[in-house]
Design a protein around this ligand. Structure first.
Ligand code: NAD
Length: 531
């Protein structure tokens, strides 16, 4: 970490990836700024928690109303700053958030209320237990640029409604969208200290994690981003025992079984690989097709890729927008070149489109890729659909699981039962049968990965549970009675306890009954330690 003077000098710049035009420059929040933001959040959070769920839900309803009212402005801003076609911004950013709010409005009260925990320990029958779900305090959120509105918004909604304050460090490429989210929350009635967005880069993000004194430290971190950054964050968080949710990258396989509908599966593959210019964590990144369908499937994919219109996302005719920046484009190019070098065939695409602007890459279909190629192992995060054949379902499942990632996967078949049986054997946080990506839009469905794709969940009941600490509250119904297991040990007591174990766990009713009779003595008052 540099000195404050150095840190304050850093800037992050929002650029329109379609045109290269600068939209806005932000000064990175310094370490002191980050600590001050967290400290303010801590001071305000108590009152926010005391407000109660119903009042917080009323604010959330107002947020939902305002977002609906401003849906076009928000979607346009996302398109300008992240490049995706306007209609994708409307559906995958605005609609996802409106629906996440709907889920929380309908379910938060039920999901967060105290939950009785009945128990079966006979010796402790006088005890009544409940689970309480309490806010952590201050949740830090660090988010990526590819869904710059829906990812931080859905995570923040869950955190806020549970009674937490939020400090959001958005991606350095999409600070404007994060500021728009902040202004919507504030206009809806979320106090300024309860939701704060602090612009900055990775150093700003690191400051949010490393801050140690309790008054300036976050209580939990929800991180969404690449595996590489996730590893660094997991280490920093472990050093201060900070609980984290890690929503990391993916290399999602698509399995087209021998009974799949080629027309449907190829349309799904083309959309799944090219939506958001392939820059979705749930993108179809590896496509395995049964050998009997391989050639017609490839032909269908090429036929459907050629007419896709690449261009500025503000144009309603655009299907595929630009990549976010040059570095991302270079990564895609280098993976495609590596695949070509090792024998993959380019069926369509694999070239830049400089006439359109700085960051455009043609949607690309590759055939005859192999598992050893980088394009089948590393996250590509670009508009590339690499396809290879397989010979049996066993083969396909083995190939799908042959990856360090485990975010999501899809299985395509006319036989739903077969699809579901295959899905059970795939190592992933989500497996869809006959569709890809879209369950991100189901607010009830948990989102998250296994293996290197992360841990913890966002969305739905499980996402809400990430935002609360569990407290077990135990109340004794017989407070006037000394407990059997307290001091007063001795031979007789040991025999009674043996009998107690027999009463519950011995084989056969007679031994259990005998145990019950012999254990009964333990209920008598014991010798007093003081007497
Ligand atoms: P990234 O890892 O480069 O950055 C993510 C965030 O981390 C940014 O806000 C960045 O400023 C911050 N950051 C960087 N270094 C940091 C550090 N040392 N300490 C703290 N914060 C730091 O990822 P990206 O390029 O913004 O996003 C793309 C990646 O995110 C892809 O790998 C994609 O798969 C993944 N992603 C995952 C999900 C999911 O839900 N699993 C969703 C969207 C994106």
């Amino acid at each position: 970490m540099g000195t404050d003077l150095q840190v304050a000098a850093r800037k992050v710049v929002s650029v329109n990836p379609a045109t290269g035009a600068t939209l806005y420059e932000f000064e990175c929040a310094s370490e002191t700024d980050v600590q001050a933001a967290v400290a303010r959040a801590h001071v305000a959070q108590g009152l926010w928690a005391e407000l109660g769920i119903r009042k917080r839900l009323a604010i959330l309803r107002e947020f939902q109303r305002l977002l609906h009212q401003r849906k076009s402005e928000v979607a346009q801003l996302v398109t300008r700053e992240a490049g995706k076609p306007y209609v994708e911004a409307l559906l995958t950013e605005v609609l996802v958030v409106l629906d996440a709010a709907r889920f929380l409005i309908e379910n938060t009260y039920r999901l967060l209320r105290d939950e009785p925990i009945p128990h079966g320990n006979l010796a402790m029958k006088a005890k009544s237990g409940r689970l309480l779900r309490e806010p952590y305090g201050v949740i830090g959120i660090i988010s990526p640029w590819n869904y710059p509105f829906s990812i931080p918004a859905t995570e923040s909604l869950a955190a806020l409604v549970a009674g937490n304050a939020v400090v959001l460090k958005p991606s350095e490429f999409t600070s404007l969208t994060a500021m728009e989210l902040a202004s919507l929350f504030h206009a809806a009635g979320v106090p300024k200290e309860i939701f704060q967005a602090i612009p900055g880069d990775g150093i700003t993000g690191a400051a949010l994690i490393e801050s140690a004194p309790p008054a300036t430290a976050i209580d939990k971190l929800v991180f969404t981003g690449s595996v590489a950054t996730g590893k660094r964050i997991a280490q920093a968080a472990a050093a201060r025992l900070l609980p984290v949710v890690l929503e990391l990258g993916g290399k999602d396989p698509m399995l087209v079984l021998d009974d799949a509908d080629i027309e449907i599966a190829s349309s799904g593959a083309v959309w799944g690989a090219f939506v958001n210019a392939g820059q979705a964590c749930l993108s179809v990144e590896r496509c395995y097709v049964h050998r009997s369908l391989y050639q017609p499937f490839l032909a269908a994919c090429v036929r459907k890729t050629r007419p896709l219109r690449v261009g500025n996302g503000m144009d309603p005719e655009t299907d595929v927008g630009p990549m976010i920046h040059e570095r991302q484009l270079l990564n895609v190019e280098s993976q495609v070149e590596d695949a070509r070098f090792h024998g993959a065939r380019v069926l369509v695409g694999a070239n830049r489109l400089p006439a359109l602007g700085p960051n455009f890459y043609a949607p690309t279909v590759l055939a005859d890729v192999t598992p050893a190629m980088r394009i089948m192992r590393e996250e590509t995060f670009g508009p590339v659909l690499p396809v290879m054949p397989f010979d049996s379902d066993e083969d396909a499942i083995r190939l799908a699981n042959q990856s360090e990632y485990g975010l999501a996967a899809s299985v395509w078949t006319r036989d739903r039962a077969r699809g579901e049986a295959t899905a059970r054997r795939i190592q992933a946080g989500t497996v869809m049968v006959n569709d890809a990506i879209s369950c991100f839009g189901i607010s009830e469905a948990p989102h998250g990965g296994v293996k290197a794709s992360g841990s913890g969940r966002s969305h739905g009941r499980l996402g809400l549970e990430e935002m609360v600490r569990i407290k077990y509250l135990d109340s004794d119904r017989l407070p006037g009675m000394e407990k059997v297991w307290w001091y007063g040990y001795g031979k007789a007591f040991a025999r009674q306890m043996e009998a107690l174990l027999d009463m519950q766990f011995a084989q056969g009713w007679t031994r259990r009954l005998r145990g019950a009779v012999n254990a009964a003595g333990a209920l008598k008052p014991k010798r007093r330690l003081s007497s």
